[in-house]
Write a new protein. Structure first.
Length: 154
């Protein structure tokens, strides 16, 4: 079950077109800090962690701890800084597309074309942020599970 904090973080990340690794870096946190919160492994993050996440997402700690989800309120428009994703790694993009389509075939999920393309975009962006750029199948599977979770908002 996803916690309200995890839902707040994911909705705000999506609104700003941010990936987990990018948010962790922008917040000055260690790898997997945000991922552990979102996956429910870290149920009570400390104030410093929450402050970093809130700062990076452009909100307050109180906003993150609210039970009411941001989709029910007005969220600021997504930043356009990440809108232009460079097309520098055609093999990486192909691997991302193959991963997403294989995942959907194996798990028999019905997503819209827009949802599938958004999954590809988010996973490709995350792969570009790796050094060196590369597809992490565990991260990609995590995003696909989030995208295909029928309990969203529950």
């Amino acid at each position: 079950m996803t916690t309200p904090l995890a839902q707040q973080i994911m909705i705000r990340m999506k609104a700003k077109n941010l990936t987990i690794p990018y948010l962790e870096k922008k917040a000055g946190l260690t790898n997997h800090s945000v991922r552990n919160i979102v996956r429910g492994r870290s149920l009570k993050p400390n104030a410093e962690t929450l402050n970093g996440i809130a700062r990076a997402l452009g909100c307050t700690i109180e906003d993150l701890l609210e039970k009411e989800l941001p989709q029910e309120k007005a969220l600021p428009e997504p930043k356009q800084e990440k809108a232009e994703i460079p097309y520098k790694h055609p093999k990486l993009l192909r691997a991302t597309v193959n991963f997403v389509t294989t995942f959907l075939e194996l798990h028999e999920h019905d997503l819209t074309l827009e949802q599938v393309l958004n999954c590809i975009k988010i996973i490709y962006q995350g792969a570009l942020e790796k050094d060196p750029p590369g597809l992490n199948e565990q991260d990609a599977a995590f995003w696909m599970i989030l995208a295909t979770d029928k309990r969203k908002g529950a």
